[in-house]
Design a protein around this ligand. Structure first.
Ligand code: UDP
Length: 469
């Protein structure tokens, strides 16, 4: 029940149903409103897909009424309460499953109890952890070898042991929830998630073989778990309506967005968005605005603020944009896939959330990498060092809290933006990004690697079922 998990799971559910499988999405009433129109449309087109809602136990969890998504929490205490509340879904989900008799349960990492529910019903649980195979293999290496405990300082680099590539990391770039061995309130919960992932039947991943082949093999052979790669799942959104309603209705209408983009030359616009949850300080927003003004690039910038105070904007910034048409600011939710897929978009400044990374790859655009927290610093390595389609803006430290981040200055932002948009290096990156984008599209087509992976999963589930009958 966080956008970065729910959005790809809904896409995945739709992919399953297009393969003739009956699918039920279990969620809460407010979350259901975010995708019910899309599901209804699929039903009208003949898919056997439906939504089952369970009330969110806000009161029991000590959360305000209507707080049904991690994106609605406003402090770490609230987020902790939210994650604990997810354990309360075990009983109603179990009851539903006993009535409905599904053949498989796919559940996000946060629902660790799903593994026990599935075991009780004698069906497999597939774990979906929202990220890709490189970060999953990196996590495994950290847990096995603990390289971060063998360095002297926060900034000393070390190689992540045992991975197919030489990837260097430092303590400053890894999650505060597991870099020290000391217990936090989240520690037992994270351990529970990991136990459940490791004991699940297998993992289902939003990725495709051609993008990280060595990590698909590593996950199977070294981590030793079954995995099915079925992405990029965002590519199941074929028409503009689906693309612009994905996640939630966008703050700027599909038409206004397209009208603006349609006036621009191919590959001439850079899109800037930091995912569904990140909020930036006023200082940081000011630096971005100033860099964009100085960069000479056309842009769409998504600004998510928890206040209506706009003191961060340089004097006359928005007015100038209205006159010269050089930039568009979207306050709130943007139709990200619609924008990325438009031919006018030529670059993406991203926080390297896994979905954004894959959506950028699918659209064939080079990226400026600006990781903030979660596994985003591993994702940056994939884009910059392995796929060679990313330019780092230069973030040095992992941080979940807006107020503890050191702002990236305008010179660094401008330098990175220019590097992905203009010149020989940009052209070369664009060529590689374009080729990878084509592989992504082929992967989900009939006979592609992801389509085959999904079919092989369905065959395995059918064989399991018939051998147990
Ligand atoms: N997204 C969107 N519009 C926005 C912000 C985000 O459509 O204004 C979508 C984006 O396309 C992606 C998801 O929200 O599918 C964010 O997931 P990601 O893993 O990139 O980052 P997170 O939000 O989990 O940090």
């Amino acid at each position: 029940m966080a956008p970065g998990h729910m959005i790809p799971l809904v896409d995945m559910a739709r992919q399953f149903s297009r393969h003739g499988v009956k699918v039920t999405i279990i969620t809460t009433p407010l979350n259901a409103t975010k995708f019910s129109k899309t599901i209804q449309k699929d039903r009208e087109l003949g898919s056997d897909i439906s939504i089952r809602t369970i009330e969110f136990p806000c009161k029991e969890a000590g959360l305000p009424e209507g707080c049904e998504n991690l994106a609605s929490t406003t402090s770490s205490e609230m987020s902790l309460k939210f994650v604990i509340a997810l354990y309360l879904f075990q009983q109603p989900v179990e009851q539903f499953m006993e009535e409905d008799h599904p053949d498989c349960l796919i559940a996000g990492t946060f629902f660790s109890w799903a593994v026990d529910v599935a075991a009780k019903l004698g069906i497999p649980r597939l774990a979906f952890n929202g990220t890709g195979l490189l970060p999953m293999c990196a996590y495994h290496s950290f847990m096995e070898h603990k390289p971060h405990l063998k360095v002297e300082s926060e900034t000393e680099e070390f190689v992540i042991p045992g991975l197919p590539d030489t990837i260097k990391m430092s303590r400053s770039k890894i999650s505060e929830h597991w870099k020290d061995e000391k217990e936090t309130p989240m520690t037992p919960i994270v351990k529970d998630f990991m136990r459940a992932e490791a004991t699940s039947y297998g993992a289902i991943v939003n990725s495709f073989y051609e993008m990280e082949p060595n990590y698909v093999r590593h996950f199977r052979e070294v981590v030793g778990r079954k995995v099915w790669h079925v992405g990029p799942v965002s590519l199941c959104n074929k028409d503009n309506e689906d693309k612009s309603q994905r996640g939630q209705d966008s703050s700027l209408s599909e038409q206004k967005c397209l009208d603006w983009l349609n006036t621009k030359e191919p590959k001439s616009v850079i899109y800037i968005c930091f995912g569904s949850m990140s909020i930036f300080s006023s200082d940081q927003l000011f630096e971005i605005a100033t860099a964009l003004e100085a960069s000479d690039q056309q842009f769409i910038w998504v600004v998510r603020q928890n206040t209506t105070n706009e003191e961060w904007m340089p004097e006359g910034f928005e007015e100038k944009l209205n006159v010269n048409g050089r930039g568009l600011i979207i306050k709130g939710w943007a139709p990200q896939v619609l924008i990325l897929d438009h031919e006018a978009t030529g670059g993406f400044v991203t926080h390297c959330g896994w979905n954004s990374l894959l959506e950028g790859v699918s659209a064939g655009v080079p990226m400026v990498t600006w990781p903030l927290s979660a596994e985003q610093f591993f994702n940056e390595k994939l884009l910059v060092e392995i796929l060679k389609i990313g330019v780092p803006v230069g973030v040095q430290a992992w941080s979940q809290r807006t107020d503890s981040r050191v702002p990236i200055n305008r010179e660094n932002i401008q330098r990175a933006v220019t590097k992905v948009m203009v010149g020989q290096e940009a052209e070369e990156m664009r060529g590689r990004a374009d080729a990878l984008g084509n592989s992504a599209k082929m992967a989900v087509e009939k006979g592609g690697s992801s389509d085959n992976s999904l079919i092989s999963l369905l065959e395995e589930l059918r064989m399991r079922k018939s051998s147990s009958n």
